[in-house]
Design a protein around this ligand. Structure first.
Ligand SMILES: N[C@@H](CCC(=O)N[C@@H](CS)C(=O)NCC(=O)O)C(=O)O
Ligand code: FES
Length: 107
């Protein structure tokens, strides 16, 4: 990955307390896995930013290396890589996601 791309991703992760890399947009996710995380975050009613990896192949490939995670969606909360759809569903069901999000937004 080029230093420029790493810096670009660093900046995205730093500037957005809740950030998701998804296929499609918040309003129109293009895959069921991406849709899962969008709907979970919508249901929590928290502000979040979404990057559409289908619109940027450089980011699509770069973020896999950056996160060391090969699939989408990818979720970052407060600069920390959380995981994908399965992990988000699990954290949500355990009530841990609500907690993480509250802590992140209060900081
Ligand atoms: N079990 C994964 C499912 C996600 C998944 O399998 N994503 C695939 C299909 S959308 C993917 O991103 N493949 C890599 C790519 O398309 O670049 C999760 O929990 O997020
Ligand atoms: S785009 Fe086919 S499974 Fe996600």
């Amino acid at each position: 990955m080029t230093p420029e791309l790493k810096e670009k991703i660093d900046q995205l992760v730093e500037e957005n307390k809740i950030l998701v890399f998804i296929k499609g947009t918040k309003l129109m996710p293009q895959c069921g896995f991406s849709n899962n995380v969008v709907q979970i975050l919508n249901s929590l009613g928290v502000p979040f930013e979404a990057v559409n990896v289908l619109a940027d192949d450089e980011i699509r490939q770069g973020i896999k290396e950056y996160s060391n995670w090969q699939t989408f969606p990818q979720v970052y909360i407060d600069g920390e890589f959380i995981g994908g759809s399965d992990i988000m569903i699990e954290l949500y069901q355990q009530g841990e996601l609500q907690q993480k999000v509250e802590v992140a937004l209060a900081s």
